[in-house]
Design a protein around this ligand. Structure first.
Ligand code: NAP
Length: 319
């Protein structure tokens, strides 16, 4: 397949990979939510030419003030001439649809870095979509939340062909502190599977934290007494302290990781367990707590707001 410049796909990728003097890329970032906006900023600050698009334009517009960032009106406008397309949307369905809209303007042989937490089934489908579109597909979910994203310190989990990695490494380096390569074939989803395993831990700890505080409140226990009791021991952990502080100090907005996004991830984890023959009772309970918190109106708050799911009846009575 020829690129718009007339070069063959492999010649163009080879040129990109060997161009060590100017490792900057033209990068389209589709989705400028909590994570995408921060990633776009760091890409621009690392010297890449960045073209962003977001469904709700108001969320992309502030990025126009960033040198090196162009705000585009459509996905197609954003991906035109992009060497690398980075998707950071809510879920697999959103990614599929947005890439369909972008399709007519995609550069043949461009790399697609898919960082949305999409789940095992969706990543396979997106890999096939990449093949149909003539793109080199990288399954590249990230670990880390708003603050590490803003600092360019995410942990990138990535799978994709070794022969084409040099084309995307400058992009991954701009958003992350480190990249862990998990496999050769993006569509096989090895990075996404690791991401789901990691998130099952994150979501379990978040919900355990909410329940600890809810139980303490119900039993008239000062949470500080609990923290003092575990301080410095193996049961103490930074994540418990951080999420507790958000709940106890009214720090749930702006979210680092919204309840509605955590609800989607919990569903992906439960589905992955079901499809692969393991019972994940804690993940199922997490999914239910996030669902209830969304129903109660906490969907846009930090996922620590799943704490409120413990007080469902009380909240209903107050309404
Ligand atoms: P977010 O702030 O809610 O952003 C979601 C983005 O998806 C927004 O740009 C939103 O557009 C867009 N979107 C949603 N549905 C869409 C649709 N149907 N069509 C087009 N665009 C759509 O979420 P986030 O926290 O940045 O997370 C983005 C992804 O990264 C998610 O898959 C999440 O699981 C994953 N992730 C998040 C974190 C974290 O800590 N936040 C960490 C690692 C991975 P609008 O602005 O128009 O709504």
């Amino acid at each position: 397949m020829d690129s718009p410049t007339g070069k063959t796909q492999s010649a163009w990728l080879t040129e990109l990979m060997t161009d060590t003097e100017t490792p900057s890329r033209t990068v389209a970032v589709l989705g400028t939510g909590i994570m995408g906006a921060a990633m776009a900023r760091n890409l621009a600050r690392s010297g890449h030419a960045v073209r962003v698009w977001n469904r709700t334009p108001a969320k992309a517009e502030p990025l126009a003030a960033e040198p090196g960032v162009h705000v585009s009106g459509t996905p197609a406008e954003a991906v035109r001439d992009a060497d690398v397309v980075l998707t950071m949307l809510y879920d697999g369905d959103a990614v599929r649809e947005v890439m369909r809209e972008a399709a007519p303007a995609l550069r043949a042989g461009a790399a697609w870095v898919q960082s949305t937490t999409a789940g095992v089934d969706a990543i396979r489908e997106l890999g096939s979509q990449a093949d149909e579109l003539g793109l080199v597909f990288f399954d590249a979910p990230v670990l880390g939340t708003r603050q590490p994203a803003e600092a360019g310190q995410l942990l990138v989990l990535a799978a994709g062909p070794a022969e084409h990695r040099a084309a995307v490494e400058p992009v991954l380096d701009a958003v992350g502190a480190r990249t862990v390569w998990t496999g050769e074939e993006g569509g096989a989803g090895s990075a996404t599977r690791l991401k789901l395993v990691a998130n099952s831990w994150v979501l379990a700890v978040t919900n355990a934290t909410g329940e600890v505080l809810a139980l303490a409140q119900a039993l008239g226990v000062d949470p500080q007494n609990f923290f003092d009791a575990i301080e410095g021991g193996p049961l103490d952990m930074g994540y418990l302290r951080a999420k507790s502080a958000l709940i106890l100090n009214d720090g749930l907005t702006p979210a680092s990781f919204a309840v509605s996004t955590a609800a989607k991830d919990a569903r992906l984890i439960v589905e992955a367990g079901e499809r692969n023959g393991v019972r994940l009772d804690v993940a199922a309970a997490s999914a239910e707590r996030f669902r209830r918190a969304v129903e109660q109106g906490h969907g846009d708050e930090d996922m620590a707001a799943a704490y409120f799911a413990s007080f469902e009846e009380k909240e209903k009575e107050q309404q």
